[in-house]
Design a protein around this ligand. Structure first.
Ligand SMILES: [Zn+2]
Length: 167
């Protein structure tokens, strides 16, 4: 069985015609019919007494084409891991405060690191740049209330004044 398999695999290196190695088949056009030894295995090639060299070459090419490597997709290819901004193709803009504020700690105002945000290096740098830009443009707060003062009782409602104010 192994012998048969090896024969099939190496057919393009050691071509065989009618299960007879090529070096035994004379490629010279013969006037007298040479007897080719009978093959025990079934083959699609019809039995012939004389061999045309062109036809032999064609048969060899045909047989070797079956053993040529086939183009397939790589089954061991790993899935590409993308960050959340790349996956959803989100454009980071300095005016999009609602998005940028999610990358900032509400307690310290510091920008979360890459080990927390899990962004790729390019997107993390872009987010940091856009947050700085947004702060300079006045869209985002630079100074934040300290954590210990966040739960202080409300003394008044700044959204409901007696008369309109500018601050
Ligand atoms: Zn990314």
């Amino acid at each position: 069985m192994a012998r048969l398999f090896a024969r099939a695999a190496y057919r393009h290196i050691f071509p065989r015609v009618n299960n007879v190695p090529l070096w035994r088949v004379s490629t010279v056009p013969c006037t007298t019919s040479t007897s080719v030894p009978n093959s025990s295995t079934k083959d699609s090639i019809p039995k012939q007494t004389s061999w045309d060299p062109l036809k032999v070459e064609e048969i060899i090419r045909e047989q070797s084409a079956k053993d040529m490597p086939v183009e397939i997709l790589n089954p061991y290819e790993e899935e590409r891991i993308q960050c959340i901004l790349c996956r959803h193709n989100i454009h980071v803009d300095y005016k999009n405060v609602r998005l940028l504020s999610q990358f900032i700690s509400p307690y310290t105002g510091r920008i979360y690191g890459r080990h927390i945000t899990r962004l790729c290096r390019r997107q993390q740098e872009l987010v940091e740049f856009q947050i700085t830009k947004s702060r300079k443009a006045g869209y985002m707060a630079v100074m934040l209330k300290s954590v210990e003062y966040l739960k202080d009782p409300r003394l008044f409602d700044p959204n409901n004044p007696d008369r309109p104010h500018k601050f």
